[in-house]
Design a protein around this ligand. Structure first.
Ligand code: ZN
Length: 150
């Protein structure tokens, strides 16, 4: 895919997921959750996880922030449902690497590969990684914890 195509697809996917965020809801039976905060931009969100053994049975988020933070969280919840914790950990590492500019094999990322478009907007990388850091904190903890990109 050319850089211009990636840029167009990036804008399109971000706009779509910002307008209609997937899994944007409270989860009363979540057994893991974490709060994330990106003070640079003012993005805040909560990631809810319902784990059944080591399988992510349900994942959702709530919060407010810029289009990129919302779209990234939306794409993340879509990608994670039904995955094991080990698979989620692998995705977390790949997404983090791709958004911070490391060369990776993006074929295993599916739709999440468009998030690499954020590299064109370095000031926005923390917006895009916020939900993933928050997810990671939620996976590691069985009580409510807070993470900040600062
Ligand atoms: Zn933001």
């Amino acid at each position: 895919m050319s850089n211009a195509d990636l840029r167009d697809l990036y804008q399109e996917v971000i706009m779509d997921h910002n307008k209609k965020p997937r899994n944007f809801r409270d989860m009363t039976n979540a057994n893991h959750l974490a709060h994330g905060n990106n003070p640079l931009c003012g993005d805040t969100l909560v990631v809810f996880l319902k784990l059944n053994g080591d399988v992510i049975e349900d994942v959702s988020f709530q919060g407010s922030g810029c289009a990129i933070s919302v779209a990234s969280a939306s794409l993340m919840t879509e990608a994670l449902k039904g995955k094991t914790l080990a698979e989620a950990e692998t995705l977390y590492e790949l997404v983090h690497k791709q958004m911070t500019g490391e060369e990776i094999d993006s074929s295993s990322l599916g739709k999440l590969a468009v998030l690499s478009g954020v590299k064109e907007f370095p000031a926005r990388v923390k917006c895009a990684t916020l939900s993933w850091h928050t997810l990671h904190a939620a996976m590691d903890s069985d009580h409510d914890i807070s993470v900040s990109t600062e």
